[in-house]
Design a protein around this ligand. Structure first.
Ligand code: PMP
Length: 429
């Protein structure tokens, strides 16, 4: 495929935007080469500035669970835009989407809208600290909760892709309050709790991480965390920015039957517009201003365009629960097909999957935590794999530390094309 115009646009962008991008992973720095500039998208496909059609497995990094430019979402947006784009006042739309979210997600009474997943997680931790009166937090190596200071300690996603999991600019004072545990390892959590008795406000986790590739929790791990949190008066925060409204209408809490104390959302809840949210039971949410004293605010929070897109998305997911079974089946089909062609070509690999999240790691060792994900990524095979797929019209995230997102817009024909491209990539490895 030809990417001439994308390369020209990237050269211009680099002169006026740091690295030519507004979010680091987009730059293809980890895999090499110039990023693809996208012109438009519809359903399962994106079209770049050189006129190439690509089957998309990034889907805006998760929000577009029903595919690009999904008609009910676009209709809702167009209708809303004509009535004004922002008021900074309460609107009925905000109550409608909140009512629906509270209905779909178990174990929450109230939800507050923000503008990104970062804001959702940052606010959730402030709320947990305000509620508990304690300061330290536990996070897991390789989990990504946005780019707020407290989270850039052994973070996943772009932070690890670029070798800066601990970012300069985060003060020692902030870093010392973030304690680091190992995903799928309850013992590591127990040790931190033991060493910091009565000092830990909350434990924040991607219950099914997607930022070191997809990593399913081991049997009993999340339940074990719930019990440890209960026994030690620690709030359990599920960062469901990726998994919320994706792994089930009610996210991981519903799919795996484990309740968190605070839940963070992003991506799907905004239907492709900039939305994040955090939610909990009344007793916790009522600590937030203007009812309580934990301050949190936003000029564009609950923006009518964003709420219209999010509401249209959630309504469809709520009305058509069969979508979940359908995307899970598509993901399973892709998994089986990729497994077969990688085996036929004797490529050492591990495919991790839960629901409609899936990732391919080039190692035979189980990928269960950050260390094993990093080990699998260290042989550089992913980069060859990525470029071969791109050459064959398949667009996956340009980093070994990301998940693929399967959408309802993908047809079985698209999946077969993808499996064939994986077979070709296997030969290139
Ligand atoms: N939490 C998780 C689990 C995420 O995957 C992300 C983004 N990929 C974030 C938080 C941050 O969200 P945003 O990029 O919208 O700030």
């Amino acid at each position: 495929m030809i990417y001439k115009r994308s390369s020209e646009l990237f050269a211009s962008a680099q002169k006026v935007i740091p690295g030519g991008v507004n979010s680091p992973v987009r730059a293809f720095k980890a895999v090499g080469g110039d990023p693809v500039f996208i012109k438009e998208a519809k359903g399962a496909y994106i079209y770049d500035e050189d006129g190439n059609q690509l089957i998309d497995y990034i889907n805006s990094w998760g929000p577009l669970i029903l595919g690009h430019a999904h008609p009910p979402v676009i209709d809702a947006l167009v209708e809303r835009a004509e009535k004004g784009t922002s008021f900074g006042t309460p609107t009925e739309l905000e109550t409608k989407i909140a009512e629906l979210a509270v209905k779909m997600v178990p174990n929450i009474d109230k939800i507050r809208m923000v503008n990104s997943g970062t804001e959702a997680c940052m606010s959730a931790v402030r709320l947990a600290r305000g509620f508990s009166g304690k300061e330290k937090i536990i996070k897991f190596a390789g989990c990504y909760h946005g780019h707020s200071d407290s989270f850039l300690i052994q973070a996943g996603s772009g932070a690890v892709t670029f070798g800066t999991p601990n970012s300069p600019g985060v003060t020692q004072g902030t870093a010392k309050d973030t304690l680091l545990a190992t995903y799928n390892d309850l013992e590591s959590v127990k040790q931190l709790i033991e060493a910091n008795k009565d000092e830990i406000a909350c434990l924040i986790i991607e219950p099914v991480p997607g930022n070191m590739g997809c990593i399913p929790p081991k049997e009993g791990f999340l339940q074990g965390l719930r019990e440890l949190c209960d026994a030690n008066n620690i709030l359990l925060i599920f960062d469901e920015v990726m998994t919320g409204f994706r792994l089930a209408p009610g996210g991981v809490q519903q799919r795996l039957g484990i309740n968190a104390d605070i839940v963070c959302f992003g991506k799907v809840i905004g239907g492709g517009l900039p939305v994040g949210a955090f939610a909990a039971r009344d007793e916790i949410m009522d600590y937030l201003a203007p009812v309580g004293s934990v301050y949190q605010a936003g000029t564009l929070s609950g923006n009518p365009l964003a709420m219209a897109a999010g509401l249209a998305m959630l309504q469809e997911l709520n009305d058509r629960p069969a979508i979940y079974e359908s995307i899970d089946k598509k993901t399973e089909y892709l998994h089986n097909g990729m497994e077969k062609v990688l085996e036929e070509n004797n490529i050492a690999h591990t495919i991790n999957r839960m629901g409609s999240m899936i990732s391919v790691h080039f190692s035979e060792e189980p990928v269960v935590d950050f260390a094993s994900a990093a080990n699998a990524a260290s042989n550089g095979k992913f980069n060859t794999f990525f470029h071969s797929l791109l050459e064959n019209g398949i667009y996956i995230a340009p980093s070994a530390f990301e998940t693929w997102f399967i959408t309802e817009a993908l047809s079985y024909e698209d999946l077969d094309k993808t499996i064939a491209a994986v077979g070709k990539a296997a030969k290139a490895l």
